[in-house]
Design a protein. Structure first.
Length: 223
């Protein structure tokens, strides 16, 4: 298993997306944070913008929906061609049904949980998803520090995935830096959202490769 690095465009220049997308071509996917100023106290962009993003980058989009009423809104993002659509457990009445719908449209289906949401109720449902996203900060804003207690959930999810031999990506999002990515990988993550850690670098492609190398080191220490 090789680590995936998905830069979060929350740290990009919103007026120069095409330029910034071209500065991260060594990434695995582009992480797109959709926020509605309701589920989280911030507003970013919606479906028309994400549709346009698809047209200006060769990289697949990893869409993270931080919006209320995911059951209603998430399918539209799959229909626009997003590679992966992740919605919040806290914003869906029927997460399994929604995941099946997203998959039937052709997108990978992801389930996200906030730092204070227990993971236990969802461990039995993991086989229904292509990705589980454990938020390592409170969703809403970039540039926050990783909440250490969330790593317990990463370890729990990894144990379940390995025990059941599930084909599911274990993603972390929030406060991931070159200082902690190896340790987070050792806990079990294999897919890493990094915003500030990528976009602050002069050579972003080189920074992505450095983060990936550190994460792979952490993964190799697990086995």
């Amino acid at each position: 298993m090789a680590a995936r690095i998905n830069p979060s465009i929350l740290s990009a220049d919103f007026v120069n997306f095409e330029r910034d997308f071209n500065s991260i071509l060594s990434a695995d996917l582009i992480h797109v944070d959709v926020m509605d100023n309701n589920f989280v106290p911030n507003l970013t962009f919606g479906l028309p913008m994400v549709t346009r993003m698809q047209e200006i980058t060769p990289l697949p989009l990893d869409v993270h929906l931080m919006l209320a009423n995911a059951d209603k809104w998430a399918p539209g993002y799959a229909e626009c061609g997003a590679f992966s659509v992740t919605f919040h457990a806290e914003a869906s009445d029927s997460p399994v049904e929604l995941a099946r719908k997203l998959r039937s449209i052709g997108a990978r289906a992801g389930l996200a949980i906030k730092p204070n949401t227990p993971i236990e109720p969802y461990l039995e449902l993991l086989a229904e998803f292509d990705q589980i996203l454990i938020m390592t900060v409170e969703p809403g804003f970039g540039g926050q520090s990783l909440i250490e207690s969330t790593l317990t959930k990463v370890s729990e999810a990894r144990r379940k995935i390995d025990f059941e031999k599930l084909d599911i990506w274990l993603q972390v999002d929030g406060g991931i830096t070159e200082q902690n990515i190896q340790r987070v990988a050792e806990h079990g993550a294999d897919t890493f959202v990094a915003g500030s850690a990528v976009f602050k670098a002069d050579d972003r492609n080189k920074q992505i490769e450095a983060l990936r190398d550190l994460a792979n080191l952490g993964i190799s220490h697990r086995h």
